[in-house]
Ligand binder design. Structure first.
Ligand SMILES: [Zn+2]
Length: 187
């Protein structure tokens, strides 16, 4: 009997890696697929994040890439360096489209606002659909997944607290950006 190998790419999803147990589970899954000959491990060929300004050009590559030999899916994994979270991203057709370029001098996509943190070395670049955080750990925060979120529209400090304003269907909603964990909390 011929055994047909199947992959699980269709039922696996992109996710944040926000705990050690999740990291372990993800490592186990990818290792297992690799041992079964379903995924091939590769070095990341394209950086997921590029930062440029007058003085520097920095490229950040994910920890690992896996290519599925069955469906061609490309999986990108960045291990967490807590408190910075990691991620698992999926490119269904195998074409890498995850690269984000932040050019602090001249940006094709112009940020709505750039803020230097008052509490640490971070710089925040707010775009309509995401906030790039450039600092010790680079990160991208997307629009809240809650219903009706349309775009980011402002961010500002008030008494050392960084507020982020999101335009929603029914008006504006303000969040606090927790600069330690780099997550947004609704207020
Ligand atoms: Zn697959």
């Amino acid at each position: 009997m011929v055994q047909i190998k199947k992959c699980l790419c269709d039922i696996k999803f992109e996710t944040e890696i926000n705990s050690l147990s999740k990291l372990e589970a993800i490592k186990n899954y990818f290792n297992e697929q690799k041992e079964n000959g379903i995924y091939i491990e590769e070095q990341a060929k394209t950086p997921y994040y590029v930062y440029e300004d007058v003085n520097e050009h920095k490229e950040y590559f994910a920890s690992k890439w896996y290519i599925c030999t069955i469906c061609g899916c490309l999986w990108e994994i960045e291990f967490p360096d807590f408190p910075a979270k990691g991620f698992v991203r999926k490119y269904k057709d195998g074409l890498y489209t995850g690269k984000t370029v932040v050019n602090a001098n001249e940006t094709p996509k112009k940020p709505i606002k750039i803020i230097h943190s008052q509490n640490c070395d971070n710089k925040y670049y707010m775009f309509s659909n995401e906030i790039f955080i450039h600092g010790k750990n680079n990160k991208v925060i997307g629009l809240p997944i809650e219903r009706g979120s349309i775009c980011f529209c402002d961010m500002y400090y008030n008494s050392d607290i960084l507020y982020v304003v999101v335009n929603k269907n029914k008006g504006y909603v303000t969040y606090i950006l927790n600069e330690r964990d780099l997550v947004m909390q609704k207020i």
